[in-house]
Every structure is written in structure tokens, then in C-alpha cells.
Design a binder for this molecule. Sequence first.
Ligand code: MRU
Length: 360
Amino acid sequence: MIAQTLKWVGGIDGFLELIDQRRLPGEFVKLQCRNIEQVYEAIKTLAVRGAPAIGVVGAYGVVLGMQARDEGRGMRDDLEWGLCVLAKSCEYLASSRPTGSNLFRALDRVRQSAQGFVSSAPGAKLQALRETVLAEANAICQEDVDMCRRIGGNGEKFIKQGAGILTHCNAGALATAGQGTALSVIFEAHKRGRKFKVYVDETRPLLQGARLTAWELEQADINVILICDNMAGWLMKQGKIDAVITGADRITANGDAANKIGTYSLSVLARNNNVPFYIAAPSSTFDLSINSGAEIPIEQRPADEVEFFGDRRVAPEGVDIYNPAFDVTDAENITAIITDRGVIERPDGEKIAEHLGKQQ
Ligand code: MRU
């Protein structure tokens, strides 16, 4: 069974329900976000993570932001005030995590739909503006579900009978509103009756591979083998890996792709060992306003994520720590990008522009 990572419950006065990914695999607990601060906190602390999921959750976060009351005057009913709350909500949520493009695209969409509504119906009630924002968030959510399914359908052919597949971090259902990106490809191959092994990097420091991907693949009854990150090269050299497939948080106009720290090293190892390296990502992950990966902001995470392994200190107190959460894989190391629209073989600027048309 595929996990349902997030769900909006109720109408415009409703709330957001998330699987609390900080507690997996030990506990399966739902988290209710009833205000925008709780959404911000959930994103920041990785209760919800994965670029597409963060985008959808961000859009619902704005809906929660717009449930705010105007102190002392109750719920004001003017659109100008509504747009002002919306702008502040977007700005606040945009400051949660910088690397993935899906959050910024979702917030832009919500902002644009609200502005479009206000220009077309200047005398409308605030309630109607809030309805518009919820409808846009629902549309973003549904589109993510559809895109995930299509990515799987477009990429399943790359998972051959008897293959050994390597993945990194978690690009599964838990990282999206649907059935994932890289794991969607794997789920679709499995559905078609193919037998293969999936090697999962544990993904230090926060172990999204060990905690989340291994859990998701086991739930789906797929043959999963967990390895430490530093074992990947040796497995490739031994001929155990036929393809590497990961997700992405942001793909630039030239095809460079940011993903969880460690992905770049895998791409170099794959290239050196003649192993195809695939990225699976929805159209919402592309950022054509940026020319190359050098311009992608890379999130720096707190030192304690490296200093401790869970609750246990594993480094001397006071040691300097560097903890970038993402790295960038050069387009030239990518065999193909699998999207909801098809496959971009040996991606470059021209092929990406053609694939996406004039989407941005
Ligand atoms: O820090 P995280 O867990 O949010 O990082 C997630 C990843 O790097 C995923 O691979 C990426 O978001 C693609 S998920 C469909």
C-alpha cells in the first residue's frame, strides 16, 4: 500500500494532516497542522520533506495563514486585507527551506490565482478569496498525484527484470502527494510483475533512505537491501548495480539537478562504472529562471544533525561541522531525466526547453 503523506481535511476552515516522518519507521503517527506556524515548523523539522510534498504543503499552509483573524476586529471582510495576509503567508513559508523549487512555484501559483480572482471580482467577499486559494492548493495537490503516476509510467522501462537498482534519500510517496518520483518508477515496474533488487543508501545524516525508503519499499513488498552511503561505489564495481535512480529538488535550465547531499558523488561513481544514472522529477521541479546549478541556493542544516547519530553524540564537542543538505549533479553525468511528460535523454538546455515548452 502506498502511503498518503498529506491530506487537507474539511473546507476553508479545515486543517492539514501529515504523516509525521520524523517518527518513521518506529511509529506511524499523524500530525495535524491547524495554523501556518505549525506548517512552517513541520517543513523546517522535516516532519514533511521531499520537494514536491513541501510544495503542496506550502500551498495548504497559505490557506491556513488566511484563516487568521484580524486582532480586535474579528475576521475582516476586505480583499485588500486578504491579499496582504496572503503575501505575508507566502513570504513566511518561502523562508522555510531554500533549495527545492516546488515550494516557490506553488506559492507563486497561489499568489497569482488570488490576484487574478481579486482583479476579476473586486467586490467579492474575503470568504470567496479564501475559497479560491483552497481550490488552487487542491489543484496543485491533484496535479502532483497525476504527475507522479505519469513519471512512473514513463520510467518503468528502465527497470529491467533481474536488475539491481540503487536509490538515494527518499523520492517516494512520502516525498510527494502521490506515489513518488524515483520510487514511482520502481513501483510501476513492480506492478508489471518484474523482479529486481533495490539497494537503498542510508543517506546520512538524517537517514531518509534507511528510515523512509526502506520502509516504503518493504510496505510495497519490493526486494530492498539497505547499504551505507560509502558502499555504493564498491557495489557498482562488483557489477551489482544496473541503474541509479534518484529524485531532484531543483533542475536548472541546462539540466543540472540539485538533490540530497551524496547524489553528486553517486553520479560520478556511476559514470566511472558505466552505470546509467537517472533523475525522476515532475515539471514543477524545473527552474528555467536559473541557468546552471551554481546558482541554486543550497540549504545548510544545523551542526547537531552530524554531531549526533539520533540521540547519541558521535563527534567531540565543539568540533567544526559543515552540513550542506543538498549537492548538484552536473547535467553531463545524467543519462536521462524522467518527467511526467516523457524522458529527456542526455539532457541539455535545448532539449529541456523543448520538453517543457513555454511553461515558465
Ligand atoms: O531533505 P529532504 O529529505 O527534503 O530531501 C529530499 C530529497 O533530496 C529528495 O530526493 C527530493 O526532494 C526529491 S523527492 C521526490
